[in-house]
Ligand binder design. Structure first.
Ligand SMILES: Cc1cc2nc3c(=O)[nH]c(=O)nc-3n(C[C@H](O)[C@H](O)[C@H](O)COP(=O)(O)OP(=O)(O)OC[C@H]3O[C@@H](n4cnc5c(N)ncnc54)[C@H](O)[C@@H]3O)c2cc1C
Length: 479
């Protein structure tokens, strides 16, 4: 049988899922092009001298049975409890903010009263939601917003929430609000079966023993066992089209040379901006939109230390902590021991991941590893995460480019670009940066499932792929 040739760009969760699904169906010759030396993309795990770093902390959680079955087929995972708090003013607050006595005590009586009145005001005088700032104020009131959302959001995106589309809030915090929090508190007392819980409140998740990379390394192994080809350090650099507008071949660059792979279909999980830049004859308007799509990147330093100073124990119990103290640049820190003890080589040490948001190529991004680590360790001392520099045993720096597709600049014209790309009959855009959509691993996988279904049925339709992760509410319970 003449197999259909499929080129998949990117060996992250979306690309690997597409490859595995095509090979399982049979009748496809699959080549995955991966720019780096490793699989997993943003969901990779880096092994530094036996200590493993998860780039940002990846919870495995999905309401889609197909995704859970897929993970199950690949790997047994551990069930973990989530604890993530906000660190502000040398005190811990629940994340998302809860209205228990401790929160109010930490805020102080005066601030609590202001928070209450400002929430009431925002509940009565609802703002028209033109920006992320409006979105937050409508749900939390101005005071709580200014304490817990304004600075953190600006640090994360490098833009004030006033400049960011409210759509990001709808994606990220879904139906979360003071009301949702109150309902959750009441719900805990009168817990019913099949209760609905907002995504940001999900408290249990699955996690591979050796981090998310273990999932994607296993998937890659299964793909090669099924005769799928993964070419590493192969950057897709040119998308060649035939006269009928369809993609005819992908040119990739490896070791300074160009190689051409002819194909019947292309599934792309590479950033839309780069994909369009690799195409010829794109209308000027579409090229401009693609070129203006913004992303946020981050740098992270794994810090191995003897103990933390914030607790009588060796470390605090959180998986990760949001840092809202604006006297430092740090955005969050992970405590990898609490994600999985198997991530840490010596259980008598604490393995932390400090995260800093920045733009790819800016001064912070380019800062030498040793200077960046020194800055981060100084901030640990400032925040009193450690008592003494001597508590630091080792460190390792990683850069994660285009970690967050951002919803500003030309994003509001994305539909025009999408319409143009959708007309290329054999090109399917999947994943997070592939769709410029704030997709988690499970959503990214679902876009791959949909693309494979369409290819297998000979369907050039794309709406079902774009339809993933667009529902207004995202609940833990199955529909
Ligand atoms: C801080 C952080 C925390 C997160 N936490 C969670 C979580 O708890 N749970 C969850 O489900 N999700 C989480 N996510 C989201 C998750 O990381 C992504 O949804 C997922 O990795 C997206 O998969 P993908 O395959 O679409 O893209 P990616 O992971 O970005 O993979 C794309 C791949 O394509 C390759 N590539 C790019 N350009 C080219 C090119 N030109 N040629 C060849 N290859 C190319 C890249 O090297 C990469 O390997 C988190 C993300 C971040 C940033």
């Amino acid at each position: 049988m003449n197999k259909k040739k499929v080129v998949i760009i990117g060996a992250g969760p979306a690309g690997l899922t597409a490859a595995y699904e095509l090979l399982k169906r049979g009748g496809f010759d699959v080549t995955v092009l991966e720019e780096t030396k490793v699989v997993g993309g943003i969901s990779r795990t880096v092994n530094y001298k036996g200590n493993r770093m998860d780039m940002g902390g990846h919870r495995f959680f999905s309401k889609v049975p197909e995704v859970n079955a897929w993970w199950d087929e690949m790997l047994p995972m551990m069930k973990r409890n989530r604890l993530s708090r906000i660190f502000f003013d040398q005190k811990f607050f629940d994340y998302p903010i809860t209205l228990k006595f401790k929160t109010l005590k930490n805020l102080g009586f005066g601030t609590t009263i202001i928070v209450g009145f400002s929430y009431l005001k925002s509940a009565i005088f609802k703002r028209k939601e033109k920006s992320l700032e409006d979105f937050y104020i409508n749900r939390f009131g101005k005071k709580l917003y200014s304490l817990f959302f304004e600075n953190y959001t600006e640090n994360l995106w490098g833009r004030h929430p006033r400049e960011i589309s409210p759509e990001w809030g709808a994606q990220r915090v879904k139906g979360l609000s003071i009301l949702a929090i109150l309902k959750d508190i009441i719900g805990k007392k009168f817990r019913r079966k099949n209760r609905k819980v907002e995504t940001s409140l999900i408290e249990e998740f699955l996690y591979p023993k050796y981090g998310p990379g273990e999932m994607w390394e296993t998937a890659a192994k299964r793909i090669t066992e099924k005769n799928g080809k993964i070419i590493f350090e192969a950057k897709a650099a040119k998308i060649k089209r035939s006269k009928n507008n369809a993609v005819a071949a992908v040119v990739y660059r490896k070791d300074g040379k160009d190689f051409t792979v002819k194909c019947d279909y292309v599934i792309s999980s590479m950033p839309v901006k780069d994909l369009v830049a690799a195409m010829d004859d794109v209308p000027e308007k579409c090229a401009k939109i693609a070129n203006g799509l913004p992303y946020r990147s981050f740098k992270t330093v794994g810090v191995l230390c003897k103990r933390m100073a914030l607790s009588k124990e060796r470390m605090i119990p959180d998986n990760w902590v949001y840092v809202h103290d604006r006297s430092v640049r740090m955005g969050r820190f992970q405590i990898f021991n609490n994600w999985s003890p198997y991530l840490v080589k010596d259980s008598k040490t604490v393995w932390l991941g400090l995260e800093y948001f920045c733009d790819e190529g800016d001064d912070f991004w380019k800062m030498k590893d040793k200077d960046f680590a020194a800055l981060a360790i100084d901030e640990m001392l400032k925040l009193k995460l450690i008592k003494n520099k001597k508590d630091v045993l080792d460190y390792h720096v990683e850069r994660v480019k285009k970690a967050y597709p951002a919803y500003f600049d030309t994003y509001n014209q994305f539909d025009v670009l999408r319409k143009y790309l959708d007309k290329i009959p054999n090109l399917y855009l999947v994943g997070r940066n592939g769709q410029h959509h704030y997709n988690n691993m499970d959503h990214s996988m679902c876009t791959a499932f949909e693309a494979v279904k369409n290819i297998a049925s000979g369907d050039c339709e794309k709406n079902n792929i774009w339809g993933v992760n667009t529902e207004k509410e995202y609940h833990e319970s199955k529909k």
